[in-house]
Design a protein around this ligand. Structure first.
Ligand SMILES: [Zn+2]
Ligand SMILES: [Zn+2]
Length: 343
């Protein structure tokens, strides 16, 4: 099969012919129909320190994918050839304290598909059945492929109630836009979204037209939020930028007693003026990573089944796997929403 591998510890990747993966008794073999590019894949392609610290080469990368089951492991129950499947990318050990207490997504021995185990920028992929989410027949593989990042947004947003609340989303990349859509789907009263990148601001305005989309370099975000909330501020803020300015603004916009979910990954330490940002404000701060297994998936599925939101407009480009270099350079440029590779 054709597969995109990271073979050398330098920038780039190679499309090679490799054997179709052999599956174990607890695995599914998936014919990959759509795979989405994630920031993680950009790190791997670009060979950043983040990737250097984690990957053992050679490695097939790519982890946000969906496709059709073409082989079922001997010990697997409840799955058949022909089922449509989307991948959860956490591979939990199912043995540790975290796994045994309902926190598989923070497993002490966590492995990630496409980082610690071969991924899905390939014609076929091996998927442990413990990471398999069954899709209704006829579900678009592109929708299946982006459920993983939609789940990242949902896990951050739904740490507590959203209904009737004033919500802010800092950072309008794909996960930020999903977050805005989910906030409205869950009954948010008002929605503010911010970014400094023109492409992303335009994407947020296009996909979430009900939101007030602002650029903090040009707009008086704090003044506008104060005006809209009778001076109280936002009850819920989700921080996805991972930046110093974005994180500080998340707290500046927050109402007293409000909550911030920190989802974006800072590349360096962040400084906060904690007295006013957190302590006097009695702010509630959540860290959020990945998705709850499988609470987040059921929650997102329920909203999709109800027609409460449609994440597909966040997909802006599609490429055959052979054009991986153009696709990865595009996502690295930041001038794209979700980009799909089709093996
Ligand atoms: Zn991802
Ligand atoms: Zn574990």
């Amino acid at each position: 099969m054709k597969a995109l591998l990271k073979t050398q510890p330098v920038r780039g990747a190679e499309l090679l012919d490799v054997p179709i993966p052999e599956i174990g008794p607890d695995d599914l073999l998936v014919k990959v129909q759509a795979a989405a590019i994630c920031g993680t894949d950009n790190h791997i392609y670009d060979w950043t320190p983040w990737a250097q610290a984690r990957l053992t080469l050679p490695m097939i990368f790519g982890h946000e994918f969906a496709g059709e089951v073409v082989e079922v492991g001997a010990a697997v129950k409840g799955w058949s050839v022909g089922d449509m499947v989307a991948a959860e990318t956490h591979i939990p050990c199912l043995q540790c304290y975290q796994c045994r207490t309902g926190r598989q997504h923070t497993c002490e021995q966590m492995r990630i598909i496409g980082v610690h185990a071969d991924g899905a920028f390939s014609e076929y992929a091996r998927l442990p059945v413990s990471c398999a989410w069954k899709l209704a027949p006829g579900t678009s593989p592109e929708l299946g492929a982006i459920l993983e990042p939609v789940g990242v947004a949902a896990n951050g947003l739904f740490k507590d109630r959203v209904d009737g609340r004033s919500v802010g989303v800092i950072g309008c990349g794909p996960i930020g836009v999903f977050c805005g859509q989910l906030a409205l789907a869950a009954g948010a009263r008002q929605l503010f979204m911010t970014d400094v990148n023109a492409y992303r601001l335009e994407m947020a305005r296009r996909v979430v037209p009900q939101a007030t989309v602002l650029n903090p370099l040009q707009d008086d975000v704090q003044g506008l939020v104060a005006e809209a909330t009778h001076g109280r501020g936002l009850e819920v803020v989700v921080e996805l930028s991972g930046s110093q300015a974005g994180t500080a603004q998340a707290f500046d916009l927050l109402a007293k007693g409000g909550r911030v979910s920190l989802v974006g990954l800072p590349s360096q330490p962040i400084t906060l003026e904690m007295t006013n940002a957190i302590i006097y404000r009695e702010a509630i701060v959540y860290g959020s990573t990945g998705r709850l297994m499988w609470d987040t998936w059921y929650q997102v599925d329920a909203l999709l089944q109800a027609g409460a939101f449609d994440p597909l407009p966040v997909i802006t480009h599609r490429f055959p796997l052979e054009e991986y270099a153009a696709a990865l350079e595009l996502t690295l440029s930041g001038e794209a929403g979700k980009v799909i590779l089709k093996p």
